[in-house]
Design a protein. Structure first.
Length: 219
């Protein structure tokens, strides 16, 4: 059950850092002997055709022992939920119009080696994967996304999630993965989105850490 839950949530969380919401801090905890250096910031798309950001999620992780791509956690994730994960990722890619990192959604990872799970839940990193929001980019501005009714981008029933069980789907449906508000622009409405735990200010469209304001006021 524990492992199931871990992978369930991991499927959803690796792109947005909700690991932290569910499992305490996904920090470089001492239950791993070594931690790789922080990897590159993962993102949805780049302006240049050859940008690393135009590659699939898993390919953006560094290979080898210094990276996360071949880490046991990511290999298992890719094996079992790789297709679901890429479908989800490509959907976000399609919906997102912003080209720069935005919405406090871009994260980087570090992977632990020679790990164990003994110790206090709050003191260990049970996934052996640490992550942090990218600090080298200013991503406070809410991402501009294609408009859809109520700006509810996720979950979306049209996205195929193979190997995702109905109980996982249940969790997906109730996770505040993205919070989006509408913005009226001269060329039509768009949605402005921030990743958990941030929410967009409906006037400035900056991502902020505060309770979400009732969407009906703006919808
Ligand atoms: C579903 O999981 C099985 C077992 O890990 C795996 O072999 C298969 O490729 C997965 N299917 C998809 C579509 O990801």
């Amino acid at each position: 059950m524990r492992l199931f839950l871990v992978f369930t949530l991991a499927l959803l969380e690796l792109t947005d850092g909700q690991l932290s919401a569910m499992f305490g801090n996904p920090i470089q905890a001492p239950n791993c002997e070594t931690w790789s250096a922080w990897g590159p910031c993962v993102w949805l798309k780049g302006k240049e055709a050859n940008s690393r950001w135009n590659r699939p999620y898993f390919d953006q992780l560094l290979p080898g022992r210094q990276g996360c791509r071949n880490h046991v956690f990511f290999r298992l994730l890719k094996d079992r939920w790789g297709v679901a994960f890429e479908n989800f990722y490509n959907y976000l890619r399609e919906m997102t119009m912003s080209e720069e990192q935005c919405g406090q959604c871009s994260y980087q990872q570090s992977c632990g080696r020679s790990c164990h799970r003994r110790g206090d839940v709050g003191m260990i990193n049970p996934l052996f994967v640490a992550e942090r929001r990218c600090m080298d980019a200013d991503q406070r501005s809410a991402c501009m996304s294609r408009y859809m009714p109520d700006c509810r981008l996720w979950p979306n029933k049209n996205i195929q999630l193979p190997n995702v069980t109905s109980s996982m789907q249940e969790i997906i449906d109730h996770l505040d993965y993205l919070t989006c508000v509408p913005e009226q622009r001269p060329d039509g409405p768009v949605c402005r989105c921030c990743c958990h735990p941030y929410t967009p200010d409906p006037v400035t469209f900056e991502c902020e850490l505060k309770p979400f304001i009732d969407q009906t006021v703006f919808g």
